[in-house]
Design a protein around this ligand. Structure first.
Ligand SMILES: *Cc1c(COP(=O)(O)O)cnc(C)c1O
Length: 449
């Protein structure tokens, strides 16, 4: 096969995969996973044909995928891939641009800047903010927290970029006790020390209790949540952010999926006051239904982010808003392109409709499960339904039966020290019929498992 035939073959296989996504087992069966042993080969001296490599990948690999790009996957908040975003990703692969700077790719530079402007518009965040397209909310959160620390230290007269952390004034970090594990990861990489981070007490839905917030000052980074990972809840931004800002603190919001509520008029009020923060992170690859890896670091003060992330060299200098000077990457793919394509295709109403549909579907599942005798643990303000069976053993058994069913899939969690399971709505492919199928399965299994 020549290059074009090979690409055509891969494209045909990709098309067949997507066309059959709905009929696929949601999680591969044991036999399909066992067949993966076929990949355990010795590396050859002379290489193998490319066409055979792609056909092997498809034949052995496709059956062992998790059908998270399909309509029956309710695990985590993973989202599928919108046709516009996947197609844009395919074309961008052919371009193979090194989207570090405008010199590396004029078109990537323009499209990512356009995507950045649209994001600030649709999320209604300060229009002067920098938008960095990184690999994940983890990486983007890390960038924002590095910027936060440098900016606070700068105000205290300490130049951390040049002088480092040894001997620097201490920066205190406050997080919700329910904060996401990747916030902990970012903080531990940055050297904050997880044990030293102050965990603010939260209510039964995982929201910080404002009257129990630790004291904040100009040496404090406060991290809030838009979309708690189990309940989908939001911190009380309206009340907390003005207090933190008055004390001189930096406020960062982890909105990996929940920030998209801001684009949906019916639930937008959950985010009231969020625009008062200093930095925000959100994913494209979760609720916006763009492919991996695509996420955004948004920083009100562009210089604060550009200063810590700068990677200019004699042979590669660029403006402060070049993506290589805002993200962790140097050589990088233009992660903003599928996001640009998704936003351009959906428009404001399309995004709102996707988010609102998932919210309504989550509410419908919650009331059907309550009626069937399951215990719904959260208020279902967003797209998450947190559920238990009659007791812990039943909860585990229900989870196992759903995961083994092959027709629907969701994941387990632990809520207030007891097992629970979490049903997340985030795929544009999930229609009412798929929700009905899940409800019917749960009714059949029942709360006693
Ligand atoms: C998924 C998630 C993250 C991490 O996002 P990645 O893109 O997977 O790195 C952070 N916070 C919350 C609330 C999340 O749900």
């Amino acid at each position: 096969m020549n290059e074009l035939e090979l690409l055509q073959d891969a494209d045909q296989r990709a098309q067949a995969y997507v066309a059959g996504i709905e009929d696929r087992r949601v999680f591969p069966a044991d036999t399909e996973r066992a067949a993966l042993d076929g990949f355990h080969e010795e590396l050859t001296e002379g290489g193998r044909p490319a066409s055979e490599t792609i056909s092997m990948m498809d034949t052995l690999g496709s059956p062992a995928t998790v059908a998270s790009n399909g309509p029956n996957y309710f695990g985590f908040v993973i989202g599928a891939s919108l046709p516009s975003a996947s197609a844009a990703e395919r074309l961008a692969l052919a371009w193979d641009q090194c989207a570090s700077t405008e010199d590396g790719s004029p078109v990537a530079d323009v499209l990512e800047k356009q995507a950045g402007r649209w994001l600030l518009d649709i999320l209604d965040l300060p229009r002067e903010s920098a938008v960095a397209f990184g690999t994940s909310a983890t990486a983007c959160g890390l960038s924002c927290l590095a910027a936060a620390r440098a900016a606070l230290l700068d105000r205290l007269g300490w130049d951390v970029v040049n002088d480092g952390l040894m001997g620097a004034p201490e920066i205190k970090v406050v997080v919700p006790a329910s904060t996401h594990v990747t916030v902990r990861k970012a903080l531990q990489i940055l050297g904050f020390g997880w044990a030293r981070v102050q965990k603010a007490p939260v209510d039964g839905q995982g929201r910080i209790l404002p009257d129990q917030l630790p004291e904040m000052d100009a040496q404090t980074i406060l991290i809030l949540q838009a979309g708690e990972v189990n309940t989908g809840e939001f911190d009380h931004f309206d009340e907390i952010i003005p207090r933190a800002k008055a004390a001189g603190a930096w406020v960062h919001v982890d909105g990996a999926f929940g920030l998209w509520a801001r684009a949906a008029p019916n639930i937008r009020s959950l985010t009231n006051g969020i625009d008062g923060a200093d930095s925000w992170t959100t994913d494209g690859h979760k609720w916006l239904n763009t492919p991996y890896d695509g996420a955004m670091a948004i920083c009100r003060d562009p210089q604060a982010l550009a200063r810590v992330m700068n990677s200019d060299a004699a042979y590669s200098s660029a403006s402060a808003d070049a993506q290589k000077n805002l993200t962790l990457e140097f050589s990088r793919r233009a992660r903003g392109i599928p996001i640009w394509a998704a936003l351009r295709t959906l428009g404001r109403n399309g995004v709102a409709q996707m988010v609102e549909t998932h919210h309504l579907q989550a509410q419908r599942i919650a009331s059907a499960l309550s009626e069937a005798g399951f215990e719904v643990l959260n208020r279902v303000v967003l797209n998450q339904v947190l559920v238990r069976g009659k007791d812990d053993a039943a909860t585990r058994s229900i989870l196992q039966q759903v995961q083994d069913s092959g027709t629907s899939w969701f994941g387990g969690s632990v809520w207030q020290d007891r097992p629970a399971f979490r049903i997340s709505l985030s795929s544009f492919r999930t229609k009412d019929e798929h929700v009905d199928r899940l409800i019917a399965l749960m009714q059949r299994i029942g709360p006693s498992g």
